[in-house]
Design a protein around this ligand. Structure first.
Ligand code: SF4
Length: 249
């Protein structure tokens, strides 16, 4: 399997060549799996990931709901679930994280940015999210995730094609060029109704804000409730020229 092929070479040049070869192998594997698993169920996709990558596979969760974490724990009990604590989350989001950790058969890993919000405010000035949200997301989301994912070959997300036009072409398994990792979106083909049905059937934990007018939950300063007829992500960075935080775009 790919995770057995890393070279234990002493020569740094050999090690780099071995790493390049391994990445090429992972990329080919991801692209092939994307084609093979397009019609597979979410659970089948996650079982493939567990069999293929073992402990070098994790799930990332924004704690909007625990659907993918729940599916992944069925495919691989004790699976690592990575949560990014930006320091700007709603209390309800942190509460959902704590509840997931308490009741589900998963290992929650909480990543934090290098700077606290107070330290960031001291260096860049207060409310960076209003003035330069791309920089704020880079510091508080993109960088910590990159560091947190370093030891994994593959990560699963809850991206869905129907969430927004920017996500319409999400493959169920693809190659994350930016991070050089296999990116798995087991519920890419699901609709909101599929998610709701799974939540009801399995009693999956969800963020209480979803019952309070929020369709997509991110950091408190950058999330508002959505209006009737808006797509699920319309409440994220509303009124700003930004639709993605850099984790997926
Ligand atoms: Fe900062 Fe907003 Fe991005 Fe959160 S979503 S990291 S507060 S800009």
């Amino acid at each position: 399997t790919p995770h057995d092929t890393a070279a234990a070479a002493g020569d740094p040049q050999d090690a780099t060549a071995a790493e390049d070869a391994r990445r090429a192998e992972l990329k080919a594997l991801a692209e092939q799996a994307g084609r093979d698993l397009e019609d597979a169920s979410a659970l089948e996709i996650l079982k493939w990931a567990a069999d293929t990558f073992g402990r070098r596979f994790c799930v990332t969760s924004s704690m909007e709901d625990a659907v993918v974490a729940h599916l992944a724990s069925r495919a691989m009990p004790g699976v690592d679930v990575v949560f990014l604590d930006t320091g700007y989350h709603f209390e309800e989001t942190i509460g959902t994280r704590d509840a997931v950790e308490a009741v589900m058969d998963v290992n929650v890993i909480t990543l934090t940015p290098r700077q606290t919000v107070a330290e960031q405010d001291a260096e860049y000035g207060p409310r960076l999210h209003d003035r330069d949200p791309d920089l704020c997301c880079a510091l508080r989301k993109v960088k910590p995730l990159e560091e947190g994912l370093a030891r994994f070959d593959a990560w699963a997300t809850g991206l869905r094609r129907d969430e927004s036009p920017t996500r319409a072409n999400t493959p169920v398994v693809g190659w994350d060029e930016k991070r050089q990792k296999v990116k798995i979106s087991p519920i890419a083909r699901w609709t909101q109704d599929d998610v709701d049905a799974y939540v009801t059937e399995h009693g999956v934990l969800t963020n209480p804000l979803l019952m309070d007018g929020y369709a997509s939950v991110g950091c408190a300063p950058c999330t508002r409730r959505v209006l009737a007829g808006e797509d699920a992500r319309a409440g994220r960075w509303a009124g700003r020229a930004k639709t993605e935080c850099g984790l997926h775009g």
